[in-house]
Ligand binder design. Structure first.
Ligand code: AKG
Length: 293
């Protein structure tokens, strides 16, 4: 099905810049949502269509406690149906446009699957994990693959927190032993914010939330007894991004840093949209564009 390009209004772009997020209740067609969901079980069962492994992977059937949150990142390496969404020019265009960038380059893709009873994801800022990139700035389009409700442990976020002057540090995000919002409370205190407003992103399947890389977010327990909460996210760097010249934190990204150059290799970080029409050869050769406009 051909997707009609989303035309972002000035008011939507302004809201994103001031609040750090934008929700679209309708984005992907439901048949595409189904196609993504169908690929998830084979991936977590180590059946990789391309034979390549992902960058990060939690929640293996039979090895982890059954209600643990499953997360996989760098899924495009493993599966070309997934890659056809990850490499979509439309997602890169929307991500880049909201950030005011003239082009977007893939950072990573991730899925988050929270079965009934799945625990919290600690609050964090996504840019914290991109310190090795210059500029250390990404934007994420988080797409609901199921009814994302507060009860089912949907994403929680704090409007305006992308502008806070505060620090964050890389941490293990799954099932924190302490209050999953503690990093948020610490950041709010540092930023002089007394009582941050936490909103639950209640989004129907196929809808999405765009998040600035400095927006504080996390998620709570899936309190339902019969609903698995699924989401798929695509993160984008500006097309002109490079690696930092000095070694800085980048658990996933720095694996792909060349020893002799700060250039980002388009085989691992393809440019997916630019205002003048450029796309990396990999994006053309590897898979279709599932959201072709
Ligand atoms: O979906 C979730 O529960 C967490 C997602 C998240 O932290 C992210 O996409 O950056």
């Amino acid at each position: 099905m051909v997707h009609t390009p989303i035309s972002l209004s000035e008011a939507q772009i302004q809201q994103f810049q001031e609040q750090g997020f934008l929700i679209l209740d309708k984005f992907l067609e439901l048949d595409l949502v189904d196609r993504i969901v169908e690929r998830l079980d084979p991936l977590f069962a180590t059946r990789f269509e391309t034979g390549n492994y992902p960058d990060e992977w939690y929640g293996r059937p039979g090895l982890n406690i059954p209600n643990s949150t499953r997360q996989m990142s760098g899924m495009w390496h493993c599966d070309r149906t997934i890659a056809s969404v990850t490499f979509s020019a439309e997602i890169a265009r929307l991500n880049a446009t909201l950030m005011g960038w003239s082009g977007g380059r893939l950072a990573t893709d991730s899925c988050w699957i929270k079965p009934s009873g799945a625990p919290e994801v600690a609050f964090h800022r996504n840019n914290t994990y991109a310190a090795c990139i210059n500029p250390p700035s990404l934007v994420t389009c988080w797409i609901a693959l199921s009814e994302a409700t507060a009860q089912a442990g949907t994403l929680e976020y704090v409007p305006g927190s992308h502008l806070w002057h505060c620090t964050d540090q890389p941490r293990f995000l799954h099932a924190p032993k302490d209050d999953y919002r503690q990093p948020l409370w610490d950041a709010a205190k540092e930023a002089g914010v007394d009582s941050p407003t936490i909103l639950a992103a209640e989004i129907p399947p196929g809808g999405c939330i765009f998040m600035h890389g400095d927006l504080w977010h996390g998620s709570g327990v899936n309190q339902t007894t019969d609903q698995t909460r699924r989401s798929f996210a695509v993160s984008t760097f500006p097309a002109h991004a490079q690696f930092q010249s000095e070694a800085k934190y980048g658990y996933i990204f720095s694996r792909y840093r060349r020893v002799t150059s700060v250039e980002m290799d388009e085989s691992f970080f393809p440019i997916l949209w630019t205002s003048d029409g450029y796309r990396s050869p990999l994006a053309r050769d590897y898979c279709e564009d599932a959201i072709a406009v």
